[in-house]
Write a protein that binds this ligand. Structure first.
Ligand code: G6P
Length: 354
């Protein structure tokens, strides 16, 4: 109990620790003067021909995010569910960098996929929170996200730190980095703090507590966060929740949309805004309440029922901020429903069986 530092739940404490976690993750790795990212642990890694990311759960969502960043910077990259990695039989060679993304470093499926990659001759890298974990020992290289211990089963601060670490990694490996990017990374801790100080998530959770299901939509960098928003919601509230790229709405999920299914829409002011507003109108015309998580409230407020604001940032970093609002919404829904937030039924922090 003492470990909760006065909070009711570890999850709340860990959500609130995100500014510090990100600061730790960035420390000593950024230079504004020469606009560069340098990560000591991977000094000897060269720019790979291609990147594959292997992971499970929340770490998979961080991997989807990272794959997009690598692709944006000119390196072909894909994210795989670790449990499906061998089934996919994607060709790899020693020009392929396989990155195992895992908070614990002990997830059996991720470890299994890493062993396959090692056996198939790839260069391998662990991105993990736990120094000395199995994955960090078995990969050729290890980079630490430095989030500090995470007790709550549902991953929160480690997701933010994974994203920050992978954003830096993609920059370090491609050499693509602007002063603006470094400045925007550095701004993240204070921006997250301002979200934590002002979030309306508790009210939003109360307003929609009786819903049948919760949907989460986003495009581009917003799509993985939509998946993570839904995962968090189902893990700790036991409510039906689904996340998908907004363009997929009309290919199925729209059949479930009603006035009893709030839709959380992640909307960046700088990317895909018009298309997202189009998707918002699709669900609004089926009477679904829409809550925008956005850095451009003025452009979207007339189209939605509620706003969860985040500070303005570049689309590549928006997921790190938007996710904080979604974590808080899930937390407050679970709290108001009286769920076992830190230890949800049937789930474990680290899954060591395949
Ligand atoms: C479990 C946890 C999740 C986590 C996943 C992967 O399912 O409950 O929160 O995302 O494992 O864990 P890892 O330690 O590999 O990131």
């Amino acid at each position: 109990e003492a470990g909760k530092s006065g909070y009711d739940h570890y999850m709340r404490k860990e959500i609130n620790e995100q500014p510090r976690a990100i600061r730790n993750c960035l420390r000593g790795r950024l230079s504004e003067i020469d606009r560069a990212v340098s990560i000591d642990e991977i000094d000897d890694l060269e720019r790979p021909e291609r990147v594959q990311l292997i992971s499970c759960g929340t770490s998979y969502h961080a991997s989807l995010y990272a794959a997009r960043l690598f692709r944006d910077r000119g390196i072909p990259a894909s994210a795989f569910h670790a449990s499906e990695y061998d089934a996919d039989a994607i060709p790899i060679d020693d020009e392929t960098l396989v990155i195992a993304v895992t908070q614990s470093g002990e997830t059996a499926d991720t470890l299994g996929a890493l062993r396959d990659a090692n056996r198939w001759g790839a260069e391998t890298l662990a991105v993990t929170n736990v120094v000395g974990s199995s994955v960090s020992r078995e990969a050729d290289h290890a980079m630490y996200i430095r989030a500090g211990p995470e007790i709550s089963v549902a991953a929160t601060k480690t997701f933010a730190s994974q994203q920050a670490a992978l954003a830096m990694l993609s920059s370090a490996l491609t050499g693509e980095c602007s002063r603006g990017f470094v400045e925007d990374l550095r701004a993240l801790p204070d921006q997250i703090q301002s979200i934590l100080d002002r979030s309306r998530a508790e009210e939003v959770a109360r307003d929609y507590i009786d819903s049948d299901a919760y949907f989460f939509i986003g495009r581009g960098y917003g799509a993985p966060v939509a998946l993570e928003g839904a995962l968090k919601m189902k893990e700790i509230t036991y409510k039906h929740a689904e996340g998908f790229p907004a363009g997929e709405l009309k290919h199925g999920p729209l059949a479930l949309v009603s006035e009893r299914t709030p839709v959380f829409a992640i909307i960046s002011g700088a990317s895909n805004q018009e298309k997202m507003i189009g998707n918002v109108e699709e669900v609004a015309s089926r009477k679904a309440p829409v809550i925008a998580v956005t850095d451009s409230p003025a452009a979207v407020e007339h189209h939605v029922d509620d706003l969860l604001r985040i500070p303005e940032t570049r689309p590549q970093l928006l997921p790190i901020l938007a996710n904080v609002q979604l974590q808080l919404v899930s937390y407050w829904v679970a709290n108001q429903l009286g769920r076992s937030i830190d230890k949800p039924r049937n789930l474990a922090k680290s899954v060591t069986v395949e």
